[in-house]
Design a protein around this ligand. Structure first.
Ligand code: ATP
Length: 298
């Protein structure tokens, strides 16, 4: 049996640099692994099966997570077993804490954990590059979730440059109870006029490499080109983001295509106070105080 921690991710920066002929968007994003994490267990079995347990947190919308072959964890097991020519299955136990459909790569990280777990369980021996090559077939965030830590992601998310993790910070995560369609957000973004903008990913990459990436400096580089699109449709996201900075965050931003918002705090007490205020203001939202993660797993 193999047990793996599957961490969430946030996008400290997210820019779209173009589109491939097949329609996939080309990204330039600094991705950061964070707590919370799901727990994934894989056991040898004759066929593939899935047991799903979900935290009962407000706003986690786990009712949208399928417990059958539609689950991306199941698809990951199918993919690697087929690729390796293994004619047996795996019993997957998935304990979800990461809110679903949140812009936190909840599904991608489970898929990454299953690829890594099954690789070890059956002694398949694929290296990380090969696992990432399989992973990108399941989703653009899967290769990052396989490698973890902090990285500049380019291409469709498959070209990863590992980077040092920012200095310790307190992350306040709030996912309002809003359903965001990733497809619609990208379509609305595509309809916008192209605009000139600073390469914040490049700025943050330099900062991380040089050291001194304290919360304030990191927050000077935050950007997400999808934020304007999602926030225009769901003003609550902007409201939460602005509230976080009012409550002492060095900076705050929507992650991925939304709707989760993260605030980065230098001061743990301010983060706790902000957590309490968010609980009063948004009782139906998922809320957590967490930290950066750095590839750690069990
Ligand atoms: P990303 O940041 O990679 O775009 P996300 O956090 O926005 O991802 P997910 O949590 O991966 O979104 O969920 C997207 C959809 O995938 C859900 O609505 C759900 O129906 C489906 N899904 C399939 N498997 C899983 C899984 N293991 N965990 C979460 N969602 C899953």
């Amino acid at each position: 049996m193999k047990r793996i921690k599957a961490f969430a991710k946030i996008n400290l920066t997210l820019d779209i640099t173009g589109r491939r002929e097949d329609g996939y968007h080309l990204l330039r994003s600094i991705m950061q692994q964070i707590y919370p994490c799901d727990f994934v267990e894989v056991k040898k079995a004759d066929s593939i099966s899935l047991k799903l347990f979900c935290d009962d947190e407000p706003g986690s919308s786990h009712d949208v997570v399928p417990a059958d072959e539609r689950n991306i964890a199941w698809k990951a097991a199918e993919l690697i077993l087929k690729e390796a020519g293994i004619d047996s299955g795996v019993e997957i136990t998935l304990k979800k804490s990461i809110p679903a459909a949140a812009g936190l790569a909840g599904g991608s990280t489970d898929a990454a954990a299953v690829l890594k777990g099954v690789n070890e369980l059956y002694g398949i021996g694929y290296d990380t590059d090969k696992l990432c090559e399989l992973g990108v077939k399941l989703g653009a965030d899967v290769p990052f979730c396989i490698r973890g830590g902090t990285a500049l992601a380019e291409g469709i998310g498959d070209k990863l440059t590992p980077l040092p993790t920012p200095e310790k910070a307190y992350i306040l995560l709030v996912k309002p109870p809003i359903a965001v369609s990733t497809k619609e957000v990208y379509e609305a973004y595509d309809a916008l006029e192209p605009s000139e903008r600073e390469d914040k990913s490049g700025r943050l990459e330099k900062l991380l490499k040089e050291g001194g990436a304290d919360p304030k400096a990191v927050c000077g580089c935050l950007m997400n080109v999808l934020a304007g699109v999602t926030e225009a449709r769901h003003p609550m996201i902007k409201e939460i983001r602005e509230k976080m900075t009012e409550l002492g965050a060095e900076g705050a931003l929507m992650s991925g295509s939304g709707p989760s918002v993260f605030g980065i705090f230098s001061d743990g007490d301010k983060a706790k106070e902000a957590y309490k205020r968010m609980t009063d203001l948004y009782p139906d939202a998922y809320r957590a105080i967490c930290s950066f993660a750095n590839g750690g797993e069990e």
